[in-house]
Design a protein around this ligand. Structure first.
Ligand SMILES: Nc1ncnc2c1ncn2[C@@H]1O[C@H](COP(=O)(O)OP(=O)(O)OP(=O)(O)O)[C@@H](O)[C@H]1O
Ligand SMILES: [Mg+2]
Length: 426
């Protein structure tokens, strides 16, 4: 007995568009789909996972993987909604915390679908043999995750994979994509390249309106699904200016701080720049007790001649911020909105473009160079342009640097103050 996919999709009231249909019909073991935003990737991925779980088997297990927790959750929610609305009679168990669904498949066997985020592979991608894996936003997986943590899971059971994504430069996803194309095609691979406008449900005029709003190379990548190297990058010359060293505080020097406080999942980062626009100190810490964070930040600011700092205060009444103020740190808020963030990022981008900033060498602060290089333009679900880390990854180091750079923007290179601890107004 084989699964009748068409029948299944009909029973789920899912009518794949022509592009999605081509993907669903293919029997290649490795299917690679490079397509534009809003093409219907997540729906296609979720439907494939459900169809796979319905295959008549004694038992089966498959993963839906995405670069971050949020993105993996999005596919999982899609699966969950369909199961709850249309396949409730097949649901055996749903473990919310583990993001795991057990279904009764067409042969009465038990099939499991698990959602996995690839941002902490050692913990979350620990191995079991898989029958299938579906990867959404695959091109945004960190390098080597596919090779070292995901594809290996398919060996035992000769499982299959569907990787679906908007293109992003020419990494492993591009290599896999090429293996399914033209002359280079091997029997196990099939790949497709489809721009957003091949989704007939998307309004073509809306897409054309986006063309004017985005840098051309970004539009070509995001909507045109073109493999353009470095298309979405916001910051240029990052490596060229990353030639500096950490520097101890100098007597008489003025320093400027940028502080990005951790929300839930991320890091707190303090960056200190001198008036010559050299980054002299970066401290990055994760989930410390807040009292310890306050002490650590206060000590660093004091050490750098009572540096004046700007702090991202999206979380109003942040206890760390409030305590630093009470402790007498010269710290001022930078209220975050889409507009103010754009100004902040643009200022940093300009300084890098003009090479007026010196960053620490990549060897001594790898996170800074990594986060700056991967910081990118992208298009949100509501069609707005945003800048940030790919797939909701970390950008705390970038924001902290941007806040410090914001303070130093009016100071020309070579500026020196004759007294320590400047006390000018807020
Ligand atoms: N075959 C289809 N029939 C009806 N609606 C669809 C179909 N495919 C996708 N959609 C709808 O189109 C919208 C975009 O789909 P989806 O979120 O899967 O696209 P995406 O390519 O993952 O987008 P993004 O680039 O934002 O991640 C969603 O509202 C989805 O429900
Ligand atoms: Mg999606």
């Amino acid at each position: 007995m084989r699964l009748n996919k068409t029948g299944l999709f009909e029973s789920l009231y899912y009518e794949p568009h022509a592009g999605q249909l081509a993907v669903h019909r293919s029997t290649a073991r490795f299917r690679v789909v490079a397509c534009g935003v809003r093409w219907g990737k997540t729906v296609c991925a979720a439907m494939e996972a459900i169809a796979a779980a319905m295959e008549p088997r004694d038992k089966s297990i498959g993963w839906v993987v995405a670069p971050t927790y949020d993105l993996a959750d999005r596919v999982f929610r899609e699966v969950e909604v369909i199961v709850l609305e249309r396949l409730r009679h097949r649901l055996i168990q749903k473990k919310e915390a583990e993001r795991r669904i057990l279904l009764r498949n067409m042969a009465g066997g038990v099939s499991e679908i698990r959602a996995k985020s690839a941002d902490n592979p050692v913990v979350s991608l620990l191995g079991e043999g898989l029958d299938f894996v579906v990867v959404d936003e695959a091109a945004r997986l960190k390098p080597l995750i596919w090779q070292n943590h995901v594809s290996q899971r398919l060996i035992d059971k000769r499982g299959w994979a569907l990787l679906i994504s908007t293109p992003k430069g020419k990494g492993y996803f591009y290599d896999l994509f090429r293996r399914g194309q033209g002359q280079a095609r091997d029997a196990e691979h099939e790949s497709w390249n489809m721009p957003s406008w091949t989704n007939p449900l998307l309004d073509r005029d809306l897409i054309e309106a986006e063309r004017d709003k985005l840098p051309q190379r970004v539009f070509e990548q995001e909507y045109g699904a073109a493999f353009v190297e470095g298309a979405g990058a916001v910051f240029r010359n990052v490596r060229e200016v990353a030639t500096g060293e950490w520097k101890e505080p100098q007597h008489g020097e003025v320093y400027f701080g940028g502080l990005d406080l951790a929300k839930v999942e991320d890091f707190s980062v303090l960056t200190i720049i001198n008036a010559q626009r050299e980054v002299v100190f970066v401290d990055r810490f994760h989930r410390l007790d807040w009292g310890l964070q306050v002490a650590r930040i206060r000590a660093a600011l004091q050490r750098y001649n009572s540096a004046r700092a700007t702090c991202d205060v999206t979380g109003v009444g942040d206890p760390i911020y409030e305590q630093l103020r009470r402790d007498g740190c010269a710290i001022s808020p930078y209220p975050f909105s889409a507009k103010s963030k754009a100004a902040l990022i643009e200022n940093l981008s300009l300084m890098l473009e003009q090479r007026t900033l010196v960053l620490p060498r990549p060897e001594i602060c790898p996170e800074l160079v990594d986060e700056l290089e991967s910081f990118e333009y992208s298009v949100t679900e509501s069609g707005h342009v945003r800048t940030g880390a790919p797939g909701g990854g970390h950008d705390d180091t970038v924001i902290s640097l941007a806040l410090a750079a914001w303070q130093v923007r009016k100071v020309g290179g070579g500026f020196k103050c004759w007294r320590a601890g400047p006390r000018w107004g807020p």
